[in-house]
Design a protein around this ligand. Structure first.
Ligand code: AMP
Length: 112
C-alpha cells in the first residue's frame, strides 16, 4: 500500500535488516530496539492492524506465529514476548499488522 513504511520495506524501497522471509511473511530487526533482541514479523499482505483480522485473512496470523517460533529456535531464544499494538492509544505507530518479538532481558507485567 502506498505510504505504508512496512510495504516500502517489503518492496525494498526502505532498507531493513532481514531476519527471515518466506512467501507470506517477512521478519526484520526493529530500528529502535526495546530489548537486546527485538525484531518484527509482518505479513506481506497489507493488513492495517489486529483489528482488521477476519475469518478471511486470519490464517496469516497463525503463519506469522509459526515463523516466530521457527526464528526463535534458530536464534536460540528460550523466552520472549510477542506484542501487537492495536490502535494509537495502545502504542501502534505503523498501520501494517506486525508482531514485535522481544527477548534478552527481564520483562515486567503489566506492560506500560
Ligand atoms: P508500533 O509502534 O507498535 O506500531 O511498532 C512500530 C515499530 O516499527 C517501532 O518499534 C519502530 O521502531 C519500528 N520501525 C519503524 N520504522 C522502521 C524501519 N524503517 N525499520 C525497522 N523498524 C522500524
Amino acid at each position: 500500500m502506498k505510504d505504508c513504511i512496512f510495504c516500502k520495506i517489503l518492496s525494498g524501497e526502505i532498507p531493513s535488516k532481514k531476519v527471515f522471509e518466506d512467501d507470506l511473511c517477512y521478519a526484520f530487526y526493529d530500528l529502535d530496539p526495546q530489548a537486546p533482541t527485538h525484531f518484527l514479523v509482518i505479513p506481506k499482505e497489507h493488513i492495517a492492524s489486529a483489528a482488521e483480522v477476519t475469518d478471511n485473512n486470519s490464517a496469516i496470523v497463525g503463519h506469522c506465529f509459526a515463523a516466530i517460533a521457527k526464528i526463535a529456535r534458530e536464534l536460540g531464544l528460550e523466552s520472549y514476548r510477542v506484542v501487537s499494538n492495536c490502535g494509537e492509544q495502545a502504542g501502534q505507530s505503523v498501520f501494517h499488522l506486525h508482531f514485535h518479538v522481544l527477548a534478552g532481558r527481564d520483562m515486567t507485567w503489566p506492560p506500560g
